[in-house]
Design a binder for this molecule. Sequence first.
Ligand code: PLP
Length: 453
Amino acid sequence: AQTATLSNRSLVDLDRAHLIHPVTSFRGHEAHGARVLASGDGMWLTDIDGKRVIDAFAGLWCVNVGYGQESIVAAATEQMRKLPYATGYFHFGSEPTILLAEKLTALTPPGLDHVYFTLGGSDAVDSAIRYITHYFNAIGKPAKKQFVALDWGYHGSSSTGAGLTALPAFHRGFDLPRPWQHHIASPYPYRHPQGDDDAAVIASTVAALEAKVAELGAENVAAFCCEPIQGSGGVIVPPRGWLKALRECCDRLGILMLVDEVITGFGRTGPMFACDDEGVSPDFMTVAKGLTAGYAPMGAVFMADHVYQAIADSAPPELAVGHGFTYSGHPVSAAVALEVIRLYENGLLENGVRTGRAFAAHLDRIRAHPLVGDTRGRGMLGAIELVSNKATRAGFDPALDIGGRLGKLTWDNGVIVRCFANAVIGFAPALCCSEDEMAVIFERVETSLDQLL
Ligand code: PLP
């Protein structure tokens, strides 16, 4: 596993001295350093000291095909050799990017006929916000600029998207959210007063959106933005029918719907997109992560045809829509994405659905553990919520740092899961995970929970 030319100790020290890690305390990182990974194979990762762990989180909910897929390496290598870059002076194109656009617009819900490629999810959300703003100016409704999103939502770390995000760490010290960014209660069944009643949970989000839009004035509201299942907020799974009810609500209120499928896209919840489950076609949809399964950076924002046509008709052809990145539609990322999608369509999605059933059974079983208050999930996305009291559903004193302690215990026991600060353990295993590997994951998580008792 030793691949570095430096000693492992120097690597860790250099990392502490120079690297700013995402969403990490600077002083905490200086004190503790990082776990430096060396290689991966299927569901397994090996660090620079040779420790092997099973990755039940697909990197950061993205390596959905597992590590070491040689056909993706070959696709990237071939494209890099043939043509590594093609955006040029904006009017150039390349074969993989065009084929990917065609493939994706055929796979996404009806009406999403146009795609703009980004480098990841944050800039996909940011691009959607910019296009929505541009659209309302283009159709002569410049007052429609307010955005509504959900508590517990995560929509990335761009300077605008992080304001739609509703996790305090992404606002603290960054002067967010902006005055045009609003949040309504999340459909969080376990923490909802009528959480056992699906219809009541759905109705409460619809009522909250209606009330917020009435307060702001529908003539001022641009869009409602949501994840179909809230990932980084703690894998919050709304009842089936929720997304469709919100789509209908947006139509009634005359506002656009932006569905953020950065985590849920590409088979994570079973179907290719979570929108497919409810026959929902949003006006904008963002994806990233599973699009290239972490093998290269890429995201995308899909735009409904009616929005595209309005923007297209709004200005003379010589005026550019001034939004673009040097690496939009990168041909190497596009070649990777095409191969990744081929793998999804040739057995991985099916395997995800099969192993997803075993996953659900493990989640049901572990609910009996004395620390487990709730388990929830859909497909290969799930969570366990720990409580200090199962009857009252009380959480833990933050000073106990349950998330931090569990993160250490699970790593020591050889499994990677995401331990959120609110004592939620998130799971997002790659779709290649076997039932045996799923059993290993739960055995190691259960051992860690027992050690926490
Ligand atoms: N939207 C959602 C729903 C996400 O979960 C994430 C990342 O976790 C993002 C947007 C941001 O994506 P990225 O980290 O690729 O910028």
